[in-house]
Design a protein around this ligand. Structure first.
Ligand SMILES: N[C@@H](CCC(=O)N[C@@H](CS)C(=O)NCC(=O)O)C(=O)O
Length: 291
């Protein structure tokens, strides 16, 4: 690795290289005017089926499966490689320009919710579902939810970026973030050896937040790193991952806003439960996994 001497003041004079170079910018705000589409349901979701997006579509499908008809939603595809997250309509819902972003039109004025953890908590509280009510269990669920929000950037933006997406393989960052990723997997493995779910014996939003990231890693679905990370060592994470993958709502949720992979696994937009049967794969964006 060649040595780099940082200048006194960093300036944006060239693309950084790597897979996301075309969408990375050092300034916030919109790049173009475009209104958001709005469908007929109470919830309007603007997203993509990356791990962060899947958290929310799984929650919405779980709510519907549990009989909460008020959770009906339209899911619109945000192509982050094409810069849809920088449209004025999207930035109004999430000033941070990242999927997922949700509008709740069942309240007046409509409420925006951004950050996947905040969206999960908002929906859980609104419907009184998938968050234990007993204080100790509720606190445990929220602790794990926040653990995910703080930990996954080391997995995605750290390990995933330097192992799979950076323009060249560099030992120092790969070493550093492989160490941290394995430590996090061990944290989960030890807890799941003693507990069925992330908040003890109750399936909750903590599982919905953690599963799309760490479940994908141990199944070798992201970064092509299963062998490198020796994921077979995390047997309890694998047990939990497989158990959650069997849930009907999880199977549906992971398809929504997915525009890559097997055609049968994709549902680019979702506007009705029947869309899962009548879906067509008509567009395609390259596989992208969160920053
Ligand atoms: N902390 C955020 C992270 C969201 C995030 O990183 N989203 C990625 C896709 S997974 C994104 O929209 N990236 C687009 C960009 O960085 O421009 C959350 O959990 O909602």
């Amino acid at each position: 690795m060649s040595e780099y001497t940082p200048p006194k003041v960093w300036t944006w004079d060239k693309a950084s290289g790597g897979k996301f170079a075309n969408i990375n910018r050092p300034i916030a705000g919109s790049t173009h005017d475009k209104e958001r589409p709005v469908g007929e349901h109470p919830f309007q979701l603007y997203s993509l089926a990356t791990p962060n997006g899947v958290k929310v579509t799984v929650m919405l499908e779980e709510l519907l499966h549990a009989g909460h008809t008020g959770a009906e939603y339209d899911a619109w595809l945000i192509n982050i490689q094409a810069g849809d997250q920088f449209s004025s309509g999207f930035v109004e819902v999430n000033p941070n320009s990242k999927i997922p972003a949700l509008m709740d039109h069942s309240v007046k004025p409509p409420q925006r919710v951004f950050e996947s953890g905040s969206i999960l908590l908002y929906l859980a509280e609104k419907f009184g579902a998938f968050l234990p009510t007993e204080p100790a269990k509720r606190t445990e669920a929220i602790s794990w939810l926040m653990w995910q929000m703080g930990s996954a950037p080391y997995l995605g933006g750290g390990f995933g970026h330097f192992y799979a997406y950076a323009p060249s393989k560099m030992e120092y960052p790969i070493d550093r973030f492989a160490m941290e990723t394995k430590r996090q997997l061990d944290v989960l493995n030890r807890y799941l050896a003693e507990n069925e779910f992330m908040a003890g014996d109750e399936y909750s939003i903590a599982d919905m937040a953690i599963w799309p990231w760490y479940g994908a890693v141990v199944k070798g679905l992201v970064y092509d790193a299963a062998e490198f990370l020796a994921v077979h060592e995390y047997e309890h994470v694998l047990r939990w991952t497989n158990q959650i993958a069997k849930r009907p709502a999880v199977k549906r949720g992971r398809m929504v806003n997915r525009a890559w992979g097997e055609a049968s696994s994709q549902l680019h937009e979702r506007h009705a439960a029947s869309d899962f049967e009548t879906k067509t794969a008509d567009k395609s964006v390259k596989q992208v996994v969160g920053d």
